[in-house]
Design a protein around this ligand. Structure first.
Ligand code: HEC
Length: 134
């Protein structure tokens, strides 16, 4: 009985973590679009702050469930993918925002978004739609 209860709790917690992560990812998406809006409005400092909030949503989502099963059935370690996103396009976007570089911003947002999509693709989450950058 006791082990059944523990098992039930674990399943409940696992599905709860997944729902949370879905919410966090949706929040990341909203913050990505909000960062872009602020950048286009020339509110560079606010855009930089919003980009940090986006980062926090992405990283919390991944660190709470760092290993996930892909649709193909293999376990995927998401941490290197997260690190790639952080050290690559996210770092580049922050540099662009710090420099108030409106010329390079569209490319920076596009590669950031592409790296969001790449992680979903690795997991086989082809149904996840990431909004286009306006
Ligand atoms: C390192 C991997 C990784 C990165 C990077 C990543 N995601 Fe995700 N994303 C996931 C995983 C895993 C899920 C499934 C979450 C869940 O429901 O358990 C997901 C789900 C989503 C969803 C669907 C949420 C839902 O429940 O409907 C959206 C939207 C999304 N991500 C947007 C983004 C955006 C925008 C970015 C970049 C700013 C991003 N993701 C970056 C792994 C990643």
């Amino acid at each position: 009985m006791k082990s059944l209860f523990v098992l039930a709790m674990m399943i409940a917690l696992a599905s709860c973590a997944s729902t949370m992560n879905g919410h966090r990812m949706k929040a990341a998406q909203r913050k990505m679009l909000e960062t872009r809006r602020l950048q286009q409005a020339g509110e560079w400092d606010a855009a930089l702050a919003m980009s940090e909030r986006m980062h926090s949503s992405v990283s919390k989502s991944i660190t709470s469930a760092p290993r996930q099963k892909s649709s193909g059935g293999t376990m995927v370690d998401l941490q290197p993918l997260l690190a790639g996103w952080e050290n690559g396009p996210f770092a580049e976007l922050k540099t662009t925002l710090k420099k108030h570089d409106s010329k390079r911003s569209p490319a920076a947002f596009a590669s950031l978004r592409q790296q969001c999509v790449n992680c979903h693709t690795v997991l086989g989450k082809t149904k996840v739609q990431v909004s286009a950058i306006p």
